[in-house]
Design a binder for this molecule. Structure first.
Ligand code: DGL
Length: 267
């Protein structure tokens, strides 16, 4: 496989740009094709069967773009449809945010008590807890769905009293347990890090599944001999399924830089 090919990163919408941001910082030589299914977002409240169906379509599209690796940036897709991605990917290596976040959380938790927050579909799937228990059966995992966080982040209420109160309410049961780590199991939550840090206090470490995914991607590309040698400057493409206006405006907040051109795909 040609190491100058792009990495395919996909999400239900704009949120996966937190993963793209982490990848750009960690792997500046890599080109990326990002796919955001903005016409059908949110996935976090949809059924597993629907998510499986949408995921298959996105994977087939990205494989058609000749990507060298697939990264499932959406926690909900990773929770509900990781098997669909693997089954279709063939020889193309696949990484996902749940694998990366679970590994990092289990590796670094001294107390062996870990909280996980995510969308209702991610939390109901139990995918994080299952993976963490495979890695270490002794860890205790406390999961909490936080459905209001996605709209609050998209509204830009990153340091708003309503968001703070919502976070205190959601996190109360998790913080009542003996935990030293909290996995941010949704693409949108890294933007809430400063507020969440205040709410959880010094004793609880936030595990950002975007940065842990970038670390895992760097290691896998190196292992597989697929890391870009930088013959050409990194190139970024953004493909979405709805008119790109909202994606463009909100996306720059997630990406931390300007987006450039966004392509709209008509299925
Ligand atoms: N990208 C989704 C996730 O990480 C959040 C947005 C949605 O519900 O589609 O779970």
């Amino acid at each position: 496989m040609d190491s100058s090919r792009p990495i395919g990163v996909f999400d239900s919408g704009v949120g996966g740009l937190t993963v793209v941001r982490a990848l750009m910082e960690r792997l500046p030589l890599e080109s990326i094709v990002y796919f955001g299914d903005t016409a059908r977002v949110p996935y976090g409240v949809k059924s597993v069967a629907t998510i499986e169906h949408f995921t298959a379509q996105i994977v087939d599209y990205l494989l058609g773009q000749q990507v060298k690796m697939l990264i499932v940036a959406c926690n909900t897709m990773a929770a509900a449809a990781a098997h669909v991605v693997k089954a279709r990917a063939g020889d193309v290596p696949v990484l996902d945010v749940i694998e990366a976040g679970a590994q990092a959380a289990v590796r670094d938790s001294g107390l062996r008590g870990i909280g996980v927050i995510g969308t209702p579909t991610t939390i109901n799937s139990n995918a994080y807890a299952r993976r963490m228990h495979q890695l270490d059966p002794t860890v205790r995992v406390y999961s909490q769905a936080c459905p209001l966080f996605v709209p609050l982040v998209e509204e830009g209420w990153l340091d708003h009293p309503v968001t703070r109160l919502t976070a205190q309410e959601y996190l109360k049961p998790v913080l009542a347990e003996e935990v030293d780590s909290l996995v941010l199991g949704c693409t949108h939550y890294p933007l809430l890090k400063p507020l969440l840090k205040d709410v959880v206090g010094e004793g609880v470490r936030l595990v950002d599944s975007a940065t842990t995914t970038a670390e895992l991607a760097a290691a896998r590309l190196h292992e597989l001999g697929l890391a870009s040698r930088g013959e050409r400057p990194a190139h970024y493409r953004y493909v979405v399924t709805d008119v790109p206006l909202r994606f463009q405006t909100i996306g720059e907040r997630f990406l931390g830089r300007s987006l450039g051109a966004v392509e709209r795909l008509e299925w």
